[in-house]
Design a protein around this ligand. Structure first.
Ligand SMILES: NC(=O)C1=CN([C@@H]2O[C@H](COP(=O)(O)OP(=O)(O)OC[C@H]3O[C@@H](n4cnc5c(N)ncnc54)[C@H](OP(=O)(O)O)[C@@H]3O)[C@@H](O)[C@H]2O)C=CC1
Ligand SMILES: O=C(O)[C@@H]1CCC=N1
Length: 353
């Protein structure tokens, strides 16, 4: 049984999806018990694929939330899951503790886990791993404040709910290979998984994939509204927009072409697309998107207590108030030190063939 479970886990880490089992109850749990602390939008987006893909049985999951309404909803949607009335009760016997609360509530959860750990009653398993999805909060904060030493930090996104998300994650060095495989199996159920050694890429990914669905939904909303403005029914406009976004994404992924090449192939000389693109450029479409992504990244850094002096017009060495005193004169468009390795002049430079 253990060998079979391990084989399935290896398959998951190799990028293939775990087999779907015919029974509704999973025979093969990835962790002995998974506890979700915070069962709001993201908590539920993560519970759903684990259960629908039969990777973790509801009876081997516990949830805790300060909101009774959120707990009742989970109990209703996923019969068999145990809703606990306290964190110590929820985490007892659990070897994966998922933090799904807002960043401002993380300290309260840390305090409860630390108390449970210090009271010596064995409520917190020695091999327990924290898996956080919280934006901003760095790994070190969990280690120091909860006293749980094995910590994985991740940034999923809401399409996880239908197994089409993408998650970037990292972990402390003491999470061993087998534990990493198990965490990967959990995250694989949400969609694509990317492991990064350097935690700072998690703040960056928050601005692209974590918050990214919100940008796409805004684009979707604007396109649908424009269609309705012209006279399409909302239903037809929605169908056109959904399939345009879906088809364009699949086309880009399957052809592997650069987006600019694909865009050019839509743009006929003196045609309709060129007129639309002119207006998008006029509104600084691409710059606005990039500025939004930098703003999101800065906010993630701020929430983690780090300097957010990154990106265009920011300097890591000049404080913001000084920049204001300087009448916001743009300092630099270079967000980080240029990659010197790539700037080296090739040895063949200047030589005639
Ligand atoms: N939404 C998203 O797209 C993504 C969110 N995240 C991260 O996921 C985390 C959760 O976000 P999201 O699901 O959107 O937020 P929600 O507000 O939907 O869910 C958080 C839940 O935690 C509850 N809660 C508050 N305090 C505590 C506590 N001390 N113990 C247990 N539960 C508590 C909240 O109750 P109440 O409402 O009563 O306060 C709420 O039900 C955040 O840290 C966010 O950064 C990461 C990736 C994407
Ligand atoms: O807006 C937020 O802070 C969270 C983190 C990523 C997506 N939503």
């Amino acid at each position: 049984m253990i060998m079979l479970a391990n084989r399935l886990l290896s398959a998951a880490t190799a990028g293939t999806r775990l087999a779907k089992f015919s029974t509704s109850a999973s025979k093969y749990n990835i962790f002995d018990k998974i506890t979700f602390i915070g069962t709001g939008k993201m908590g539920q987006a993560m519970l759903s694929p684990l259960i629908t893909q039969n990777l973790q049985s509801p009876s081997s999951m516990t949830v805790y939330d300060v909101s009774d309404a959120a707990l009742r909803k989970v109990e209703e949607l996923y019969p068999g899951i145990k809703a606990s009335s306290s964190i110590p009760d929820a985490i007892a016997d659990s070897n994966l503790i998922v933090y799904g609360v807002k960043p401002q509530n993380v300290c309260k959860v840390h305090a409860e886990i630390r108390r449970a750990k210090l009271d010596g009653a064995g409520t917190v398993r020695d091999d327990a791993i924290i898996l956080s999805v919280v934006a901003g909060t760095p790994i070190q904060n969990y280690v120091e404040r909860s006293l749980v030493t094995k910590v994985a930090r991740s940034m999923p996104n809401t399409p996880a709910q239908i197994g089409c998300g993408v998650t970037v994650w990292s972990c402390t060095d003491n999470v061993d290979a087998n534990e990493r495989r198990r965490i990967t199996a959990v995250l694989d159920s949400f969609g694509k998984t990317v492991f990064v050694e350097d935690e700072s890429f998690i703040d960056m990914s928050t601005s692209i994939s974590g918050s990214g669905p919100a940008y796409i939904f805004m684009l979707m909303e604007a396109m649908i509204d424009a269609g309705v403005h012209m006279g399409f029914s909302r239903e037809t406009a929605t169908t056109l927009v959904h399939h345009t976004l879906l088809g364009s994404t699949k086309f880009a992924m399957e052809t592997g072409e650069h987006p600019a090449v694909l865009r050019n192939s839509v743009t006929s000389p003196a045609g309709t697309t060129a007129s639309a693109i002119y207006e998008l450029e006029n509104g600084k479409f691409r710059t606005v998107i990039k500025d939004a992504i930098w703003a999101c990244y800065r906010r993630s850094l701020e929430m983690g207590g780090k300097s957010s002096q990154v990106g265009p017009n920011r300097s890591p060495t000049i404080p913001v108030d000084l920049q204001v005193m300087m009448n916001n004169i743009p300092i630099s468009h270079h967000p980080v030190e240029p990659p010197m390795g790539e700037m080296r002049v090739p040895s063949s430079f200047g030589k005639k063939d």
